[in-house]
Design a protein around this ligand. Structure first.
Ligand SMILES: [Zn+2]
Length: 76
């Protein structure tokens, strides 16, 4: 009887571990996909929700450069 319970707990733990691993993996994917803007000067990443004007502020304030210099392909 006791052995049966131990088996159940082990399976339960394994199930949880798999669940957590899958959750962490998908979260990383989400984070990677969300960070779509990358400053080529300092490699800082910005979330896709960041507006071009905010990127321009970064470019000008951080590097004294233009938007195109830091974020090629991004237009204000
Ligand atoms: Zn930068």
């Amino acid at each position: 009887m006791g052995g049966g319970n131990g088996m159940k707990s082990a399976m339960s733990r394994e199930k949880n571990a798999k669940k957590n691993a899958a959750g962490a993996g998908s979260q990383l994917k989400v984070n990677a996909a969300a960070q779509t803007f990358k400053c080529v000067v300092c490699m800082t990443t910005f979330q896709s929700t960041t507006k071009p004007p905010q990127l321009l502020i970064h470019a000008e304030n951080k590097h004294k450069k233009t938007l195109a210099d830091c974020f090629p392909g991004v237009t204000a």
